[in-house]
Design a protein around this ligand. Sequence first.
Ligand code: C2E
Ligand code: CA
Ligand code: CA
Length: 756
Amino acid sequence: MTRRPLKIHRWLISIVVLLLAPSLLFATLWIRNTLSDVHAVDRSMAGLEMLIELEPDIRAAALGDTPITTPPKFDARNRLAMPKMVHNKLLEDYVILKSDVSVSEAVRRARDIVRAIVHGVDLTSVTGPDSAELPYLVSDSILSVVLESSAMVQTGNRIAQKDELNLWDKMAVTVQGGQFKVAADLVSRVTNQYFSMLQMQGAGKLQALAESYRDANGSYQKAGAELLTTTLQSDLGITIAAGPASSSYPVLATACLDLWRGIIDYLAEELAQTRQAKIVAVVTASSFGLVVILLALSLATVLGRSLAARTRKEFDHLGYEDALTGLPNRRALVKSLSSISLPDDNSRVAILHLDIRRFKAINSRFGDAVGDEVLRMTGALLSSVVGDKGIVTRIGGTEFMILKPGIQNAAELKTFAGGLIRLLARERSIDGNVLRLDCCIGLSLTEPGQNVTNKLLVDATLAARSAKRKGTQNIELFSPDMRAIFEKNTETAKELHDALQSGNIVSWFQPQVDIATGQIVGAEALVRWVGIEDGVRFPGAFLPAAEEAGYMEAIDLTVRNQAMSVAFDMQAINTRAFHIGLNVSAKLLMDENCVEQLLAETRNSGLQPQQVSIEILEAVMIDAFSAAPIRANVNKLSELGFYIELDDFGTGHSSISSLRDLKINRVKIDRSYVAGVDQNPELQRFTGALMQLARSLGISILAEGVETEGEQRWLQANGCDVIQGFLISPAIPREQLFAMVGEQAFIMPQTKQLTS
Ligand code: C2E
Ligand code: CA
Ligand code: CA
């Protein structure tokens, strides 16, 4: 009995040390962090002030007015702690902006300056999730509209004075018009979609400015279209109408700059509020801190008694917590489902299954420690956006599952998920490594009045699979057919495994023919699944399942081996140049060992790189996450002599930039530009433009999916080099290809001599 008080005393001391000391430490850290947040906000506000000071200069430059004569007064280096080099470049741009250069050059410099400031103060890191788009509008999108429209006016005025236009003049107007339209439509879309989510006082004004912008954009686009059509028809003696674009430009530029300024004001208002809130939080927290210490001391006695029990509970808890992020795990989520009460307001509960794509690349490029930090940061970001009413869990690997109550409908849920994707896709610096995350999200939603069950989690996971299949930054809402597809794919994957083992996955070959001579000059290897009851299966029926089950690499390797062996054997009957076309997946093209592997396979099969043609889907180049590593590998392959082809050309919306950045030997015009082209004048304009573009850059042209002689004739008349399609032959097995080439050797006298 006499020892009891002593024991309690010991407990008390350990509790003070165990609970109070860490919480004090934590509180100090928290206050320090919050104050450094305040500092970040201050820096951003200083950046916005500089933009406001710059506005008259930018306006004068955009409208071609006389420059304002005040000397440059940037002390950005002091105010924004800018690196010296960036600051020097900024001053240089500023001097040019105010000198006697063309309007578009001046606007380009203005945009560079604004970008340097917005990035310099890392504005995106302090804006809220609703206004996440705004910094981009300020630093890029809106000024790009001014830039592209002014460049269009300039180009229009220039060519209107010429007596005769050449191809490059026409291309210049077409390309310029396209670039303007992309920029202008982006701003329309963004302001249309996201401005309605803005919540502060200034939102109404901003929406009105966006409305004026869209009106001005509408008029300008009309004028631009007139310029474009008259340019394209100038050969018929029609006068080039450059005037309308020129005279509607000032209204557009003014609307852009008003909107630009409005957004800056709005951001400044938001930052002021954030700052205030943070300061209030620090002050409140510090005073609460004191009270908490006192409370903690008195609680210590009580806690002491239940400490043993608590410790046991903590141990229990370990099974419910993700060790890396500290978030609850899936088990915890499942456990908490039963305790979620039905909302009384008819609102619904959503599950979001979020997966970070291509995480392996982050780990292998930056190291596992950075990978771990990325996961922790993702967890923290998600928690901050989801709020206290929701639950954020990490369910393993790169996957997070979020429960979010209070959702009214699917549209609201999708908007929310879109916000998460954009938030994670922002550029961030982690331990000095700059990276962006590419995420997919699967969604499921209860019916009003329906309880949340385990099935809802499974549905979200199925939706996530479907989203992942569709590529980068996708969102999919669960629908019952996803379950059917999943079951079917699982079934197909099982059969596929056996088919690969028993050699029933084979390569067939579709001949490619020189349009002028009719000679077979190559063949594309296309995978087929043979040896089954229903005949032959085509890629569309099994590649999605193969992709999901991870069999693509094995399939592609099989196809490449067979294809290269065919190309090697072909040399015995055909002495002309012959390309074997290989469909190379984005995954392989991103791999570090891609070049080495393809080169080794080529050499091992006795071929030279010049005989092997690598088909790259145009679409993979739009994806900003993969474009850079792919570009590097493709350029290396090209240097080694591989023949590089851009597949499905015209469908990826990256035509011009792909042609500029990659060394492409040949484009494969997609079937959609070929089918019926001889009958359809509208299509002829597009297909003709694509072919002209390729030809003017000295790139060879292959047309895919040619089915009729009419199409062939039109293609030949318009400068196509090679055709592939059912008109010649579908994909055929190896022996049939040899027979076709052999027949040709028999018909063509030179070849006959060589082989006999
Ligand atoms: P792709 O690379 O665009 O291949 C051309 C597709 O068009 C082939 O379909 C071919 O059979 C079809 N085609 C050719 N000429 C005509 C025509 O005149 N009319 C019509 N309607 N279609 C024509 P297929 O064999 O079903 O392949 C579909 C896609 O699957 C290919 O599109 C390619 O992206 C992919 N693929 C095929 N084999 C492989 C492979 O071994 N590896 C990889 N990674 N992908 C493959
Ligand atoms: Ca292809
Ligand atoms: Ca194609």
